[in-house]
Structure formats: C-alpha cells, structure tokens
Design a protein around this ligand. Sequence first.
Ligand code: SF4
Length: 265
Amino acid sequence: MQALVFDIKRFAVHDGPGIRTTVFLKGCPLNCAWCHNPEGISPNVQTVIKTIRVDGKEFKEEEIIGNRLSVEQVLSEVLKEKVFMDSSEGGVTFSGGEPLMQPAFLKALLVACKKEGLHTAVDTSGYAKLSVVQDIAPYTDLFLYDLKLMDDQAHQFFTAVSNKLILDNLIYLLENRHPLRIRIPVIPEVNFNQENTTECLQFLAAHPGNIQGVDLLPYHNMANQKYLRFKKENSLSSLQSLPNSSLTKIREQFERAGFETKIGG
Ligand code: SF4
C-alpha cells in the first residue's frame, strides 16, 4: 500500500507533545484562503519551477512535490528519530493536506507505529466520513483538531466546504472522551472577532470532552511565496501577519473557560 507524501519534518516541536516527526500526506478536500501548505492541497504529484540565485545569477530548477511511499518506507523514516521521541515523550504526527483523505494508508501506518510503541497524533480538519474517524481513533493517541469558523456560511466561503461534518465528527470525539487539542487558526478579516470566539466557547461548553488544550495559531503570511510558485490565487495576499500579543484577550477567554491555552502550535 502506498500514499502520496509531500514532506517529512524531523524534530517538530509544535505538532503535539515532545519531539516529533511530522509526516505530511498530500491532498485536502478543503481550500482554506489562509492555507500555509498550498502544496498539500492537490492529491496529485505536482511539478513547480524553483528559481535559485547564485552569485547574482538566476537558475531555474524543477521541483517535484509528492512522493509515493509505502507504509514500511514511512515507518522506517519515522523510526530514525525514535531515540529522541522516547527521551522527550514525543512521537509521530500525521498532517497534511488532510491525512484522513488517505484513510486506509493512514490506518495501516498508525497500527504499525503503535506496534513500535510510538505516541501517535493526527492533525486534521475533521472533514471526513464519521466511519473514517471511528476507524482510526483507536490507534490515535491525540487528535489535533481544527476549529476554523463557527458560522457555516463563512466556513463555506473561506474553506469551500460546510462545517457540519467537521462539527459532527468533533462531537463524536468529545462524547467518546477521545484526547484532543483544539487548534484555531486566527485570521484577520475571517475569524479574528469576538463573535467567533464566543461561538467556539459556547460549542465547547455544550460538548465537554477530553480536551487537553487549545492552540491559537496566529495568521502569518510566510506562505505568500509558495502561492506564487504554485500559481495559486491568494485572496489574502495583502494581509499582515498577526503578532502573538494580539491574541492575548482570546487566550484569556479560553483560560477562564478552563482550557490550558497556548498561542502558537
Ligand atoms: S485544511 Fe489545512 S491543509 Fe487543507 S486547505 Fe485548509 S489549511 Fe490547507
């Protein structure tokens, strides 16, 4: 069995507890206006032209995005850092793109990682069939679960899909007390407003579960260059990055509601 992987990041410290290796699976059913991994959205191998400057001269180089790898190949890459994972109570995180878009591969990999005694996390938009979530949950120690926009019309406008399935799957995980961290990308002109914060807090209060913390992820515009390389429309190209300090008030509200809350991953 193979899947399309577009990156493997070692020594990641923002994708779950401890030192982790994060595996990025290619393909995502959403199209978030602020996506900072636009190379992860297409479920196909892509070729882009990179410009390299050496001594004032420009060179063009082809870059292939996406590699078909087997479960064994990914596992062998992940295990290279096991000593660091073990000593830091870290593990492996599957991200994307949307890792639930390649469910059979993801499950096989999660099962293989659990056999090796690794802590597993899945970083997801939550947009998948409930049966997929139910199938992988027993092998996932922690979900990093995005809560982007509570208003469904705005969600459809900015991500291209409804939030109904996402919220239903989240309710399932909360009701089953599955360990998870809520991740909220905070984007100016999209969800950086009191209304969305209040609705998030109301939703979480109505559905208590095993939430181990909340991560507020301030918008940054570092992906602008990637949009140019991928010739992808960037409707937020003029937005400035948000400084962490601008999220203090939101953090205080989540803390008052009883959530351990971090700004940044
Ligand atoms: S869900 Fe994540 S990977 Fe998919 S488009 Fe949105 S930000 Fe990008």
